[in-house]
Design a protein around this ligand. Sequence first.
Ligand code: 1GP
Length: 249
Amino acid sequence: GKVYQEFCALKAQGKSAFAVLVDPDKVAPADMPHMAALCEDAGVDYLFVGGSLLIDNELEVCIQRFKANSNIPVVLFPGSPMQVTPYADALLYLSLISGRNPDLLIGQHVVSAPMVKASGIEVISTGYMVIDGGVPTTVSYMSHSAPIPANKPDIALCTAWAAELQGKHVIYMDAGSGARNPVSEEMIRKVSSHISAPLIIGGGIHTPEKVYANCQAGANVVVVGNAIEKDPMLIRDLAQAAKQSMVEK
Ligand code: 1GP
């Protein structure tokens, strides 16, 4: 798949991309053309779309409005099997490997498999690891599972290794949306330097400095949601920080 090949190229070249995360419950479809313009203008690499709930069921119309105004690839980051749609370019097919909830390791995949296959969408098998972000986040509540302690990079690394050995193509470490503490650079460096899969990092990132530091530590895609919901004008500086990190690597 095209998006996965791009992620692999980032990993092979030690590069980083920047992704904006949109929760369809928190934006109106009418806001998407403006969001698309901001992302295009800032040189954003990916739009991730997903949330823990799906209250208004405007996922597809949000994606369509975005794609009508931008060529930036749209990647589904689903909170549930309800959030699978062929209108996106790729799907992060998440297994919550930091948790021990069988439903999120395999159960929901069984339910969604026929829909995913029928959609024809690019599927990216993703080992999804929630790292303790210092506050109870929606993802830890909704998933009934404990996050990996923030100060245990070895556990994170062994979990990522297990995922690679099981054939997962991408690793996503997430401190959870609105985390007080983002994933530490120490943990990112440890995991990134010992795995061959591309590494996505998100949760609680608010500043260009943090994006830059994450990229320098080995993140291949840095994802920001909340901070951009509060101030969409941040997009330009955040995207620029990822580009700058590559110049100075
Ligand atoms: C959450 O990684 C994402 O799943 C992004 O988190 O909303 O805190 O940026 P924020």
